[in-house]
Design a protein around this ligand. Structure first.
Ligand code: FEO
Length: 395
């Protein structure tokens, strides 16, 4: 069902309350999500993006109820990832000659995924425009790596709408569509999770792109994202937040993560948490067992933290596989300017602190000297070492 966004601009996407994961199973969805697509009906009729492939038939059927498909003059593909382009093959079966406006990289990604080089592609670059009548234009802005090399945003003059695609989005189902209607607590939690887990590796580009968009001095009344809430109430607030998040963001928080075999490493984790609270009473301290807590939610907490401590017992001359996998994801996210400490129990060989230290350094963390390498279960002398870790992390 279409919903009006402003004047002749309508939402024609899919609110997906049942979605549980995204990017395969790599991103957890706790509060549903949406794939936002838009229909502009000025003198020209324009479709901006589509929806994910499982919803392709419904999408095309719903669109047909709103408009004769042949009346669509242009299709804008802001991003070739399948959550936005998945319904394109179904649609193009019905209107095969309709011009598609997208970046050169999107031609590559769409052709690579769908194998239709014959589609009527029209390549655009930053600053290119498309007249849609009634005195309004679409202006294209390349958004390289936000989220793929092919990404772009489309700005509509007159109505002052920035169709930002992935940027400024959230995996969050909002039936009422708009940010002022959404549960504010969940909205911001989902927005920061999305940034931390998807966009943080590209933070330098985020800052540069925001500087570029700000310099254009475009009036922005609405930021129409491709996921979650559409920002119409003070839309600049999410741009300001992205600017803050893009610059080695940290709060006064320390997060302790670990896994354990027989609870020895658990004891160390909680002792470190106690000592951090004593050393810096204002600091927020959180403790998570990696094996029992959603990895994306922990990464959001790492994003908020100025320092982390990571613990694992030694097993098979290595760390636990849960911790190895978590560390691989941590490296991918390219956090900056954060401290880290290491700890873990062992029975005989005891390599885990050394391995944790190496992996954290490779992931860009400043690993502090104090550590706890504890033979068998912690004695008082092992627990006493937590104080030095706390001081090193809080200083
Ligand atoms: Fe929402 Fe990068 O796709």
């Amino acid at each position: 069902m279409k919903k009006q966004i402003k004047n002749n601009v309508y939402w024609v996407g899919k609110v997906d309350w049942e979605l549980e994961t995204f990017h395969g199973d790599d991103y957890s969805i706790n509060n549903g999500s949406s794939q936002n697509a838009y229909l502009i009906r000025e003198e020209k009729t324009v479709l901006i993006d589509t929806v994910w492939k499982p919803h392709a038939n419904d999408f095309v059927e719903n669109l047909e109820k709103e408009i004769e498909l042949e009346k669509i003059d242009y299709i804008i593909v802001n991003h070739g990832e399948i959550d936005h382009s998945g319904a394109l093959p179904e649609l193009m079966k019905k209107i095969p000659n309709t011009p598609i406006y997208c970046t050169q990289k999107a031609v590559d990604s769409l052709t690579g995924q769908f194998h239709h080089p014959e589609w009527n592609f029209n390549v655009v670059k930053t600053g290119d425009t498309l007249d849609i009548g009634n005195g309004k234009q679409l202006v294209f802005v390349e958004m390289t790596m936000l989220h793929w090399p092919d990404s772009m945003a489309t700005y509509m003059t007159g109505d002052n709408i920035l169709f930002s695609n992935d940027a400024f989005g959230q995996h969050f189902a909002v039936d009422e569509l708009f940010n002022d209607k959404a549960d504010q607590c969940k909205l911001w939690e989902e927005a920061i999770k999305y940034y931390a887990n998807i966009l943080n590796p590209f933070s330098m580009l985020v800052k540069r792109k925001i500087d570029e968009i700000t310099a254009l001095n475009l009036p922005i009344d609405i930021i129409a994202t491709s996921h979650g809430a559409i920002w119409r109430d003070n839309p600049l607030q999410i741009i300001e937040k992205y600017y803050e998040w893009s610059q080695a963001y940290k709060e006064d928080q320390i997060t302790i993560v670990y896994d354990t075999m027989w609870e020895g490493t658990t004891k160390l984790a909680h002792k470190i948490a106690q000592e951090v609270a004593l050393a810096s009473p204002d600091t927020r301290v959180k403790v998570f067992n990696i094996a029992k807590t959603d990895k994306n939610d922990i990464m959001t907490e790492v994003f908020r933290s100025k320092a982390i401590a990571v613990g694992s017992p030694t097993v098979g001359n290595n760390v636990l596989s849960t911790v190895s996998g978590w560390l691989a994801f941590l490296k991918e996210l390219k956090f900056k300017e954060k401290k880290a400490a290491v700890f873990g129990c062992y029975g005989w060989s005891g390599e885990s602190p050394k391995i944790l230290r190496e992996k954290l350094a490779q992931s860009g963390f400043e690993v502090v000297e104090p550590e706890i390498r504890c033979k068998w279960n912690p004695r008082q002398e092992d627990l006493d070492k937590a104080k030095a870790i706390a001081l090193a992390l809080t200083q």
